[in-house]
Each structure stands twice: as structure tokens, then as C-alpha cells.
Design a protein around this ligand. Structure first.
Ligand code: FES
Length: 121
């Protein structure tokens, strides 16, 4: 399948360990969203859904990191995920992982690769 890219935000919108930027993913369902955030200099993108229940991670919009900024956190039950891989390291979904999306940064813009979205969640 040809690469389909969607512009999500500007690189400057993503500060290191700052708030994430949410975006709709109608390709995966009416209420499905994704998010991008910058961690250790790299931009990561995930489907905004806990690995344990179909619940969005951010209680306050764009706040995906734990208080100590070491992990992504599900605000509902406190599951912790590695920011770089999406693997759950603590919580009810330990050992499972968030669904990662392909993301690229080009010309100070952040894009996700829609051709990596192949199935409904
Ligand atoms: S709903 Fe599973 S820990 Fe978030």
C-alpha cells in the first residue's frame, strides 16, 4: 500500500516531555483518537487507548506522562507504559502494549503514516 501521511502538528508544538497532541482517527472508529509526544528527543505516536480496556489514556487533554515523567500513564487505573515502546510495565495490562503508529518528522512538521492503520480497534 502506498504511504499515506497526515500532518498532525508542528515540531515546535511538541516540547521534550511536554503535553501530547491528540488527533482523531476516524479510520479506526468514530471515537478513536491517537496522540503524539516527544520523549528523549524523538516523537512517538500511539493510539489513545489503554491496552486493557477501550479507555483513552489522558484524563486531562494532552497529559500522557506520569508525574515523574518516566512513563506514559493511563489516568483511569494508573497503568504505566514505556514511552519509547508503549509496553505496559505496571498495572492491569502489564506485558501488553499500546498500539504504536509510524511517525516521521520532516521540515519541522510531524506526520503519521496512515498506511500503518490496517485494522479497527
Ligand atoms: S483502562 Fe486499563 S489501566 Fe487504563
Amino acid at each position: 500500500m502506498a504511504t499515506q501521511q497526515r500532518l498532525i502538528c508542528l515540531s515546535t508544538d511538541l516540547q521534550e516531555k511536554g503535553t501530547g497532541v491528540r488527533f482523531a482517527l476516524p479510520e479506526l472508529g468514530a471515537h478513536v483518537s491517537g496522540f503524539v509526544l516527544r520523549y528523549d528527543g524523538n516523537v512517538h505516536a500511539y493510539i489513545n487507548q489503554c491496552a486493557h480496556l477501550p479507555v483513552e489514556l489522558d484524563w486531562n487533554e494532552g497529559e500522557f506522562l506520569s508525574r515523574d515523567q518516566q512513563h506514559l500513564i493511563c489516568a483511569t487505573h494508573g497503568a504505566l507504559y514505556q514511552p519509547q515502546t508503549g509496553v505496559c510495565v505496571m498495572g492491569p495490562c502489564q506485558g501488553k502494549a499500546l498500539r504504536k503508529l509510524e511517525v516521521t518528522e520532516q521540515g519541522q512538521q510531524v506526520f503519521i503514516n496512515l498506511s500503518s492503520l490496517d485494522q479497527k480497534v
